[in-house]
Write a protein that binds this ligand. Structure first.
Ligand SMILES: [Zn+2]
Length: 197
């Protein structure tokens, strides 16, 4: 498989599963008691989307992304603080799930190009790093990868995967990155706008 076909597989996966599109902020039902700021937008795949909250009678809460907006269902009888905490937890779980899906789909594609074994893939609530690669060949990724544009996500996964070949940032390492991603420099600069890798 060559580089351009991994790109197309990668983007096809993102587009087919996620269908990002920007829509106008959702109209909330005027009678609902919602404490989350009405105009707050949530980042996903490098874009911002509105959140619509449905209050229901069940204790169980959930969050889905559908037709260009987030839909959260939570219990109707919650305080302001409880609502905010539940919504935050729902988003963390959502980002973990999506990042996991992206990593599990992408890493085998990279292995088809240049094989390297790894042990575990873990998605963690990392705030200060996007990813890391341990000497034991475990790959760790931040759940916030789901918030980034697809090409930047791809760069992070390639970056950590290449550390399995070279555990440093030597010219050999960057050469390896360029084999998967010829325009990596541009993406590395783009990522710096978000935070350091
Ligand atoms: Zn690195």
């Amino acid at each position: 498989m060559n580089n351009s076909s991994i790109f197309s597989l990668y983007f096809e996966f993102n587009l087919n599963t996620i269908h990002p599109q920007i829509i106008n902020p959702a109209n909330q039902h005027p009678n609902l008691k919602i404490y989350i700021k009405k105009d707050e937008l949530f980042t996903y795949l490098g874009k911002q989307f509105p959140l619509q909250i449905n209050l229901h009678q069940f204790k169980r809460s959930n969050l889905i992304f559908k037709n260009g907006k987030f839909l959260a269902s939570i219990h109707y009888n919650l305080s302001n603080q409880q609502q905010i905490r539940i919504i935050e937890t729902l988003f963390e779980k959502f980002y973990i799930k999506i990042t996991k899906e992206i990593c599990y789909k992408t890493l085998p594609l990279l292995q088809q190009v240049k094989f390297q074994n790894f042990k575990l893939i873990s998605i963690k609530k990392l705030k200060s790093r996007w990813g890391s690669c341990s000497t034991k060949k475990n790959l760790n990724f931040s759940h916030r990868i789901a918030q980034l544009p697809p090409k930047v996500q791809y760069y992070i996964i390639v970056h950590e995967y290449c550390h399995l070949f070279e555990m440093n940032h030597s010219s050999k390492f960057w050469y390896k990155v360029s084999e998967f991603l010829p325009d990596y420099k541009e993406l590395r600069t783009h990522l710096r706008k978000f935070e350091k890798l």
